[in-house]
Write a protein that binds this ligand. Structure first.
Ligand SMILES: [Zn+2]
Length: 176
């Protein structure tokens, strides 16, 4: 058997890459390649200092996301969600949100305070996960990515215009 190869760190694509607007395709094959991809997604997320990463953010239009709200501190926080769906939401929260595909942009976003999600794991088994506060926000943010939705799609038109202006300015200065 060959020695275990180092996991590939995928580059995170930035807005306005069209792949971010595209709903991901459901995963139907749960094989070794999927397990490797999931491991690579965690490494890519950590390398980018993120707590969540969705496959479209590495230019792969598939319904896969990884989350670790404690950023390696608690192994129980490592979540792999394949073909996830929101089952139920409760309450409201409004907090600042960021996204690896929109570096340096932070805006307040309204989200549910609590969420129940069902998803498949790397073996194709369905499970449910419940989250509140930061985890609820991360689950909803990442599931949005799988539906081609970014957090700036959930802020007011005026604020979005300001964000787009800031991005255009950074692009012009070669900072994006
Ligand atoms: Zn994001």
């Amino acid at each position: 058997m060959a020695a275990k190869e180092a996991l590939k760190i995928h580059e995170v694509v930035k807005f306005p890459d069209p792949v971010l607007k595209q709903p991901g395709a459901p995963v139907t094959v749960f094989d070794e390649a999927l397990k490797t991809l999931v491991a690579e997604m965690f490494e890519s997320m950590y390398a980018a200092q993120g707590i969540g990463l969705a496959a479209p953010q590495i230019a792969l239009s598939k319904r896969i996301t990884v989350i670790d709200v404690s950023f390696k501190k608690d192994p129980k926080d490592k979540l792999v969600l394949i073909n996830p769906e929101v089952v139920e939401t409760r309450g409201k929260q409004t907090e600042e949100e960021g996204c690896l595909s929109l570096p340096e942009i932070r805006e307040k976003v309204h989200r549910a305070a609590w969420v129940k999600v069902k998803a498949q794991n790397q073996h194709g088994e369905w499970f449910e996960v419940e989250g509140e506060e930061l985890l609820a926000r991360a689950l909803l943010h990442e599931i949005d990515h799988l539906n081609g939705i970014l957090f700036i799609d959930r802020i007011s038109r005026l604020k979005r215009e300001l964000v787009l202006r800031k991005i255009r300015k950074m692009q012009k200065n070669g900072e994006w």
